[in-house]
Write a protein that binds this ligand. Structure first.
Ligand SMILES: [Zn+2]
Length: 279
């Protein structure tokens, strides 16, 4: 279903910054080594200022999906983000691996991150992006109970928001679907994330694709969405510790310039895009 975009606009684009800083690997690594922590340092001291300058240059409002750990460890960076007119959304407590949490622990970490948002940002976030880009069986229910307006972690569409449903899996009978959620899904895709393409984690992620190949993939997704999904949304995900690097920020600027060639593209926060939806 198309969004009710502002007059004259054909496609909504959100650039989402997953501001993971020093907890980027906390959900997957027992011990964070000095080199891993230094990459979080890079995020805060180099990547984030570069991204903020780029977004200011092109006057693009963005959504920063931020773990509670980043909020309380680097509050000055959060102030720079909000002063730049950007939105802060929830992104876990310490970048926990959501699907492997027990229900009580997931509820505790949700309460913790919401209190950290109140403390540092001064308000509760309207949206959530799972740090794992995945849910447990009860995540959707927890988001509904806490009154979240939107989520941006699932992949059931590419260029259209939708109402996700709980699925009960049966191997030899049809799956069963719950009712449409009160939470609006603004879907993501690993293909439109800088991390798998460009990052490198020794022994874990090869990454390091060419920026030309990565640009071609991003451009094709944008061009297809623009042509075929009027009233749609393209979500694009970056990380300061990846896209803050010289070659990667040049790639991101090239992609922004490509999208800006069309003046009926609307760059907006995920909450502003969510507000364009009606069932
Ligand atoms: Zn993240």
């Amino acid at each position: 279903m198309p969004l009710n975009l502002p007059a004259g606009k054909r496609l909504a684009v959100n650039i989402g910054v997953d501001f993971d800083a020093q907890c980027a690997f906390s959900g997957h690594m027992e011990k964070l080594s000095p080199a891993i922590l230094s990459r979080g340092d890079f995020d805060v001291n180099v990547g984030t200022p570069r991204l903020l300058r780029l977004f200011a240059k092109y006057e693009i409002p963005t959504t920063w999906c931020t773990p509670g750990h980043t909020l309380i460890t680097f509050p000055d960076s959060i102030r720079a983000v909000t002063d730049g007119g950007h939105e802060i959304a929830a992104h876990g407590a310490y970048h926990e691996s959501v699907p492997s949490l027990g229900e009580a622990e997931e509820r505790r970490l949700m309460d913790l991150q919401l209190s950290q948002h109140e403390q540092v940002v001064g308000r509760r976030p309207r949206g959530y992006r799972s740090p794992a880009w995945d849910f447990s069986d009860w995540t959707l229910g927890i988001l509904e109970e806490h009154g979240f307006d939107w989520d941006s972690s699932l992949m059931g569409r590419d260029f259209e928001p939708y109402r996700p449903r709980q699925v009960t899996v049966h191997r030899e009978q049809p799956n069963e679907f719950g009712p449409p959620s009160s939470v609006l899904e603004l879907p993501v895709a690993w293909f439109m994330d800088d991390f798998p393409a460009l990052d490198h984690v020794p022994g874990v992620l090869a990454g390091m694709m060419s920026t030309d190949d990565t640009f071609a993939r991003w451009r094709d997704n944008f061009d297809y969405a623009y042509e075929n999904h009027p009233g749609g949304v393209l979500t694009h995900t970056v990380h300061g510790l990846v896209s803050g690097r010289a070659h990667a920020i040049m790639l991101l600027e090239r992609f922004i310039r490509h999208m800006k060639e069309r003046d009926d593209v609307w760059f907006a926060t995920l909450s502003d895009i969510c507000d364009c939806w009606s069932d």
